[in-house]
Design a protein around this ligand. Structure first.
Ligand code: BTX
Length: 325
């Protein structure tokens, strides 16, 4: 229906009240039949829309699929992101984001229901088969130095962990430099890539994967011991739109902080949210491997680790194994 977006926006703008078909028809200058038909279409697509006689329509629940129209509405309130690309299935939102960047240099988001070739760091596989998660890539366009980018992940980690803690009541912890864990299991991983030249960074492409409504059986067998979801940890099914909206707002806030302050401003909170202190873990960076205990994160984002002999080592972006056998 050609009125889908307009009617959905109208209902969305009035989501706290009922609005009559008559009123919608008048306001949008379309026939009452067209209003009724469009609302039927929305219902078929999974929107739960209440209709009460003499009061009218009200959206009660969003469908559990990423809807292009709805996403455009949510992003419409964004001060930062200019557009969003919504897919049912892609190889990888990260790959799509790189492609879109060739023709669109304004900040945008790519999101997909399923990725059939989601990837992690060092081309590892990121499992994102089921329609249960949040798989998206965010594109930012700052003009900053290469040096500054080193702390970007630390700001984004806090945005994600804080969203989980404050809105979904789970004990999310940050695992330096780019994972979020709950009860020592990975709930989210993200990776940051950049486009730039000799003058500095032009674009940041940040791919974020979050397990939201997975049951244990939704993970491949080898992940079942290591991975978890917000739903498993909180005991509730997560409304993915609620999560998405809460998250992107906090990310905008933390991005703003990243641009205007230093890591030292959030270091205390980051340290308090971190799950690596007081335990001996295995740190790997390139060919370097150290068993030791993390002792500090420096203002520039480096991690300092002390080994059993008392020697200290510093890392820029090590892999840390949480379950050392
Ligand atoms: P990473 O390399 O730190 O983590 C990858 C490792 O995490 C895997 O080797 C596996 O052990 C484990 N893993 C894989 N899938 C999951 C999962 N669903 N939950 C928990 N653990 C898992 C972290 O890389 C960065 C991941 C970024 C993913 C996003 S999704 C949107 C965007 N598109 C894309 O292709 N990648 C990013």
């Amino acid at each position: 229906s050609k009125y889908k977006f307009t009617i959905l926006s109208y209902l969305y703008d009035h989501k706290d009240q009922h609005v009559s078909g008559q009123k919608i028809a008048e306001q949008l200058n379309i026939s009452r039949t067209a209003v009724w038909k469009t609302i039927e279409t929305l219902k078929e697509e999974g929107f739960v829309i209440e209709s009460i006689q003499n009061k009218g329509y009200k959206i009660i629940q969003f469908p559990d699929v990423w809807d292009n129209n709805l996403m455009r509405l949510l992003i419409g309130n964004s001060e930062y992101f200019k557009s969003i690309y919504v897919y049912k299935e892609v190889t990888s939102t990260q790959k799509m984001a790189h492609e879109k960047l060739l023709t669109n240099q304004e900040p945008f988001i790519v999101i997909s229901e399923v990725q059939n070739s989601g990837r992690g760091r060092f081309n590892r596989v990121w499992d994102s088969q089921g329609e249960k998660g949040l798989w998206m890539s965010l594109v930012f366009n700052p003009h900053i130095s290469f040096q500054k980018i080193a702390t970007f992940n630390l700001f984004i980690s806090l945005a994600i962990a804080e969203t989980m803690r404050s809105e979904f009541k789970v004990n999310a912890q940050v695992k330096w430099p780019n994972d979020i864990y709950i009860n020592d299991k990975k709930v989210c991983g993200f990776l940051t890539e950049i486009n730039g030249d000799s003058t500095g960074v032009h674009h940041i492409i940040c791919g974020i994967g979050i397990n939201l409504n997975h049951a244990l059986m939704d993970f491949p067998e080898d992940l079942q011991r290591k991975a978890t979801s917000i739903s498993l940890e909180s005991g509730h099914t997560i409304n993915r739109y609620t999560f998405f909206e809460a998250l992107y707002r906090r990310i905008e806030l933390y991005y703003q902080r990243f641009m205007t302050t230093e890591f030292s401003e959030i270091k205390e909170q980051y340290t308090a949210y971190s799950n690596i202190w007081g335990r001996t873990l295995r740190y790997t960076e390139g060919s370097k491997q150290v068993m030791g205990e993390a002792i500090e994160i420096k203002d520039d984002g480096r991690l300092i680790v002390r080994d059993a002999d008392g020697m200290t080592h510093q890392f820029i972006s090590a892999d840390i194994e949480m379950q050392v056998e």
